[in-house]
Design a protein around this ligand. Sequence first.
Ligand code: NAD
Length: 265
Amino acid sequence: MKKRIIVNGACGRMGQEVVKTIVLEREDILVGVCDRINVGKNIMELLALDAEKLIIKDDLEGLIRETRPEVIIDFTTPTVVMENIRIGLSNGVNMIVGTTGITEVDLEIIEKMARENKANILIAPNFALGAVLMMRFAAEAARYFPAVEIIELHHDQKLDSPSGTAIKTAELINKNRKEDRGSEKEEIEKLSGARGADAEGVKIHSVRLPGLVAHQEVIFGGEGQTLLIRHDSYNRKSFMPGVKLALDRIADISGLVYGLEHLLD
Ligand code: NAD
């Protein structure tokens, strides 16, 4: 069934890719595009798409009333995402959210909002299927290799660190490993932050450089061996199969689902 969709953050790197995917690859109808930049301009012209004119608006709530969407896809910024979710869910619209920076406390609030408004919301810190598998494999390896560190590498425009994927990976590892062999000795950090952030014993190191997109290494250490699990997103197209899967399934989930892995078999 064709869905009526609003893309929020449509002029951003991810938003543009989502707009192109909907216009070029889906039968769904893009009914609205929202952003804080390029307001009043025709997004189809900006993206050189041969499709009917669609003007960029900056008032999500007004756009919802005007266009009556079934789904909002949000790729904005960590500082505004909770307000966007509140607007979407309180209007009873299902949401697919890729914006990162959402905390455990936020998730509890979102879960309640979704339930009260009888709306569905899928939040995925990473829509790349390979990254979801990387997390699954890391969780499995943690059963046998409790000593582990994460290096996540992203482009230099990324605002939050560590990445949502790294935090999620650490959570999954911590659920599965029996002990942390690395946390007992007293370390001397000669430069603050040298040993990375501490996610309940899993060290996370964040690299930000131009040229990168989204990459992560999970390194397990054991007696005389290491195991490296690595995933690379080389461009933003890598996230689109996950976004399309979410679009296919959003009407069938119930309330809040956190993580694309719940949509895989
Ligand atoms: P970006 O900075 O290129 O785009 C963000 C867009 O949001 C900008 O166009 C900005 O003007 C717009 N915006 C800001 N505030 C807004 C508001 N209140 N209402 C509407 N639009 C608003 O960033 P990006 O690289 O496209 O990434 C967007 C988010 O998605 C980030 O949080 C990033 O970490 C995350 N991300 C997630 C995945 C994933 O797989 N889940 C993949 C890549 C990026």
